[in-house]
Design a protein around this ligand. Structure first.
Ligand SMILES: [Zn+2]
Length: 64
């Protein structure tokens, strides 16, 4: 299933811009167009950490 994201990963806004993270994340992130900036970079970095934690958590869960 394609994991289509059409809301901002930061604030759930629908007015988004798709960006490809230059970090280790290979999947596309979507962020509010207005949020493009250094502040967002910082936020994305934090989000990346969260995603990493999330993945860790998910992968450690037994799915039936
Ligand atoms: Zn946002």
């Amino acid at each position: 299933m394609g994991e289509q994201q059409d809301t901002c990963v930061l604030c759930d806004s629908g007015d988004i811009k798709k960006i490809v993270s230059s970090f280790s994340l290979s999947k596309k992130q979507t962020i509010n167009k207005k949020e493009v900036g250094s502040e967002v970079k910082k936020y994305i970095e934090e989000t990346r950490e969260e995603v990493r934690e999330e993945k860790k958590r998910l992968s450690s869960q037994i799915i039936e």
